[in-house]
Ligand binder design. Structure first.
Ligand code: XMP
Length: 526
């Protein structure tokens, strides 16, 4: 008899037909309390069944269902006996596979539009499963050229817009629904309600995807994998590795050893914060390797950014290898890999290698180290990792820390790197962050830092003229770091920062603020 797997959380697989909103659908489902996973549209029925699906969502996508080569799914997913919600392209493909017809609309429909939900008594009850709690007249967000023109014999219409008479549908006797609009975007004001209706009224989900529950099931899973083995976890100071370490510690206690490499390229107090959190607070066996000399010697005289990255990446691997050799019997390596990393490396449908920023692998570890990987955050998005960090009791400053690049301050000193330049930049950076935090703006900006420019400028200090370097300030707003805009920081925050930098740090003549968006300017200067 096949063994039951009671520990698998109820899941909503989302067939990813390439919608730009597909991650948003997964987020909304998770926020509503159900685990969601993005899967290829041509996933096999066996793979789907193994996920313990309580329902399926078919995402939107840029193709036309009637075109050759358009992504399709196995029509037998409709025989799995689980509810299905098709969104946009997902509604169209469901209609097409089940006897309806899709054609280009008379006009496209992009943006907010008015939706009238079926209110005739004969169908209102059928609409209620999806639209309970949603006004009969409401606003939804549309983005489509094609539309379902004929529902076929098995579906009935549930809602319409001025341009799209068949804007929502349901099967007459099975729990299959389709919406032409996008309930997952915030511009559909009752979109969350519609998704919740699907999850709870239609799929009857248990709603157990909560961080407290996640901790319990992750602990069981980690113990199952690791047994009595010894686990090594590299801490970077960032939130992902910190949360992975705290979770591992919860699961295996003193079988965990953490390694933190001080490469001499860190921000002010970075090392001390890691030490006080992990050694003093969690009482984790933390090995701090002071490798600043090794990194700075290898970097001496190097000015080319990619070369800096390569040197730092290689030195990190060397140092980590040596440090982990000192931990006898270590068989497992814990890493803070997140769900978006997993999707980007080809599991989802529309993610392509072009999206992956290869330089982000700097600071990664090669497979030849010979460890078995433990990746307890593989299922989580960044905001879920932060929530988990809070549940595990990590300090706010660590949970909400801005990302910091693996090569650290080395890519924020334009030109060659010396200890003096590092000290100067560290101080300027600290002042900027202090002022930002004091103004309550740390959490509203995505990344904020100082850069040391290889430019000297004239300043008059006291009675004398001096000729000293320039500090650049960079602060950006961004959600995915692929695009970013410069933060509109209040002038008085900039003024206080600049005033303090030129007064408190000898050797800075001038402070400038970077007002370049990405693209074209990258977030980092190198
Ligand atoms: P860019 O400069 O490409 O940065 O706009 C986007 C995001 O990536 C971070 N970044 C790096 N992270 N190693 C890293 O671990 C690197 O070499 C690296 N370069 C940039 C950057 O800080 C921003 O969050």
């Amino acid at each position: 008899m096949k063994q039951q797997q009671p520990s698998i959380e109820q899941t909503i697989p989302i067939l990813d037909f390439g919608s730009q909103y597909v991650q948003l659908i997964a987020r909304r489902v998770r926020e509503a309390g159900v685990r969601a996973l993005l899967v290829r549209p041509d996933i096999s029925l066996e793979e789907l069944k193994a996920m313990n699906p309580v329902g399926l969502i078919l995402s939107g996508g840029p193709s036309s269902v009637y075109e050759a080569g358009a992504p399709r799914c196995d029509p037998d997913i409709f025989k799995l006996d689980i509810p299905v919600l098709g969104i946009c392209y997902g509604m169209q493909i469901a209609a097409e596979l089940l006897g309806g017809r899709v054609q280009p609309g008379q006009a496209g429909e992009y943006g907010a539009t008015h939706l009238a939900v079926e209110s005739r008594s004969s169908t209102a009850a059928l609409a209620a499963d999806l639209f309970a709690g949603v006004p009969e007249q409401t606003t939804v967000w549309m983005s489509h050229g094609d539309q379902v023109r004929d529902l076929g014999p098995d579906f009935i219409p549930l809602a319409s817009t001025p341009v799209c008479p068949l804007a929502a549908m349901r099967h007459k006797n099975k729990p299959f629904f389709g919406v032409q609009f996008h309930p997952e975007v915030t511009h559909t004001p009752h979109g969350v309600k519609i998704l919740e209706n699907f999850l709870y009224r239609v799929c009857r989900a248990a709603g157990t995807w909560q961080m407290g529950n996640f901790v319990d099931s992750a602990v069981v899973k980690i113990r199952g994998q690791v047994g009595g083995g010894r686990v090594v976890c590299g801490l970077s100071g960032g939130v992902d590795s910190a949360v992975a370490a705290a979770l591992l510690h919860r699961a295996v206690g003193d079988q965990l050893t953490c390694i933190f490499v001080d490469n001499g390229l860190l921000r002010k107090n970075e090392r001390e914060n890691v030490e006080s959190t992990f050694r003093d607070h969690f009482r984790i066996d933390l090995r701090v390797v002071d490798a600043a000399d090794e990194f700075l010697t290898a970097l001496a005289g190097v000015t080319e950014p990619q070369q800096k990255r390569m040197i730092i990446g290689k030195a990190f691997i060397d140092v980590f290898k040596r440090a982990s050799k000192d931990i006898p019997d270590a068989g497992f390596l814990a890493q803070g890999t997140l769900y978006p990393d997993v999707i980007e490396s080809g599991h989802g449908y529309a993610r392509t290698a072009a999206n992956i920023k290869l330089h982000h692998n700097v600071g990664g570890l090669p497979a030849e180290l010979g460890f078995e990987l433990v990746e307890p955050l593989r299922d989580l998005f960044k905001d879920e990792v932060r929530r988990l960090g809070e549940v595990l009791g990590l300090p706010d400053a660590m949970v909400w820390r801005h990302p910091f690049p693996g090569p650290g301050l080395a890519v924020r000193i334009i030109g060659d790197i010396t200890r003096e330049k590092l000290d100067l930049l560290r101080r300027a950076d600290e002042i900027f962050l202090e002022e930002l935090t004091a103004a309550g703006l740390y959490r509203t900006t995505a990344q904020t830092f100082a850069v040391l420019l290889p430019v000297q400028s004239v300043a008059v200090m006291g009675d004398g003229r001096s000729y000293k370097p320039v500090i650049g300030l960079r602060s950006v707003d961004s959600t995915d770091f692929m695009t970013a805009d410069w933060s509109r920081l209040p002038y008085d925050v900039l003024a206080r920062t600049s005033g303090r930098i030129v007064n408190e740090i000898r050797g800075v003549s001038r402070v400038v603020y970077d007002i370049t968006s990405k693209p074209p300017g990258t977030i980092e200067w190198e």
